[in-house]
Design a protein around this ligand. Structure first.
Ligand code: PLP
Length: 422
């Protein structure tokens, strides 16, 4: 595999990086930096790839909103036919505001509050992915008090190792997520007895940024065992939700082929009549986005050289949080005539961990524009205002057109919800 990876819909023309047919430098000029830019075609293509791969059977692709919840991205995916996987009332509100259909929403998460449940029941979501016995009881009570029936599936923990970063492995026995495989049958029987519930499916989600097929297939095999046992107990499931977790290429990773993933999954589902649900997040949007940032200063210390840029860990926390790698490229190349050297690309935030890229070989000068790749998922959505930094704007690129889909926060907005005491 070649060393430098350029995601789809990004390429260098006449020494300048373009997203679709738009020069990234033009986006920086128009909207300022730091700034997120997403390729509409990249998102559409990624969704269509799923749809094609699973066209042979009933399947619903529920985009995991937490990867990137921008209303325009939700609208784009909703128009393509996607459903949504949500983990909070806030995400439900976003999907509804974007025009998404409640009947295509599955509600995941270990800590659903009473208010979350009531809101989702009134909206009419397709299914609650329930993760514990007390949650099951609470959901039944609330549904009853509202005079409705809650559609449920249990999130079962297949106890397989997804071979990913420990912070994003969610399907192991010791994880806070899901219900132990061994206890799932009893809990299903209880769910079937509870008056406010209707058992409709089964669910699992084993982790994120997974680049091997085998953990998915082991998980599915374990789930299918349960499906069979449930059938013997008279519980017939309408859907099987295999969660998300498909990894993408950031650097040297070799992502799973979607066609192969689909083929292997579908071949195991020959005897399952229900609908297949998937909850991809990163794979749909991760490589659609970049974060544009400008070099404020070059600072050379006796031990290291730093490129201090105007984006920071509050904008993109993955390197600080997971030690994640994001490729960093000059937008115009060669940016300067000087020699390449080793830089730590860091932000202005007052934390030693405020690093966007360590030990990058770059030729840089003050004022240069940089592009941080693979910043479409778990990037803007994990952004914060730490150090009282306004969150950056987000721009959607369609061919040679750009649309502002979130404007930059103002300094006033950073303290608008507060007031000084008398
Ligand atoms: C985060 C999450 C997803 C999406 O994971 P990706 O790795 O982005 O595909 C899907 N389902 C659940 C329950 C999640 O928590």
């Amino acid at each position: 595999m070649s060393d430098l990876f350029l995601p789809p819909f990004l390429d260098r023309r006449a020494s300048e990086l373009h997203m679709e047919s738009t020069p990234l430098a033009a986006i920086a000029k128009k909207f300022g930096t730091p700034c997120y830019a997403y390729s509409s075609s990249a998102i559409t293509e990624a969704y269509e790839e799923f749809r094609r791969a699973f066209s042979t059977r009933p399947a619903l692709i529920c985009y995991a909103v937490k990867a990137n919840g921008n209303l325009s991205i939700l609208r784009l995916l909703s128009r393509l036919g996607a459903g949504f996987d949500i983990v909070s009332a806030g995400e439900l509100h976003r999907v509804l505001r974007a025009g998404g259909l409640a009947s295509r929403i599955v509600f995941s998460g270990v800590g659903k509050s009473c208010d979350d449940m009531a809101y989702a029941l009134k909206a009419g979501v397709r299914c609650f992915n329930v993760e514990s016995e007390p949650e099951l009881r609470r959901l039944s009570d609330i549904a009853q008090s509202l005079g409705v029936t809650a559609p449920v599936s249990l999130r079962v923990n297949p106890d397989v190792d997804p071979k990913t970063h420990p912070y994003i492995a969610t399907g192991l026995k010791e994880s806070k997520f899901g219900i132990a495989h061994d206890g799932a049958l009893d809990l299903y029987l209880e769910a079937a007895r509870l008056p406010g519930l209707k058992v409709t499916g089964i669910d699992c989600h084993i982790g994120s940024q997974i680049t091997e097929l085998s953990p998915f297939l082991s998980a599915l095999d374990r789930i299918l065992l349960l499906v069979e046992r449930l059938k013997n107990q008279g519980i017939q499931l309408g859907h099987l939700d295999l969660g998300g977790g498909l990894g993408i290429r950031y650097r040297h990773e070799q992502p799973i082929s979607l066609a192969e993933y689909a083929r292997e999954i579908c071949s195991r589902l020959d005897h399952f009549d229900g609908e297949l649900i998937l909850e991809p997040g990163r794979r749909l949007v991760g490589n659609s986005g970049v974060l544009l940032t400008r070099v404020e200063y070059i600072k050379r210390t006796p031990g290291r050289s730093f490129a201090i840029v105007d984006a920071a860990m509050n904008d993109l926390v993955r390197p600080a949080l997971y030690d994640a790698w994001h490729e960093i490229l000059p937008v115009c190349s060669p940016a300067t005539t000087g020699p390449s050297e080793l830089f730590d690309v860091v932000g202005p935030v007052c934390e030693t961990g405020d690093i966007l890229g360590r030990d990058r070989t770059l030729a840089l000068a003050q004022g240069d524009l940089l592009c941080i790749l693979s910043a479409g998922a778990y990037a803007a959505s994990m952004g914060s205002n730490y150090n009282a930094r306004p969150r950056p704007p987000e721009v959607l690129v369609e061919g040679n057109e750009t649309r502002l889909i979130r404007r930059r926060e103002t300094l006033d907005e950073l303290s608008d919800l507060e007031w000084p005491i008398d």
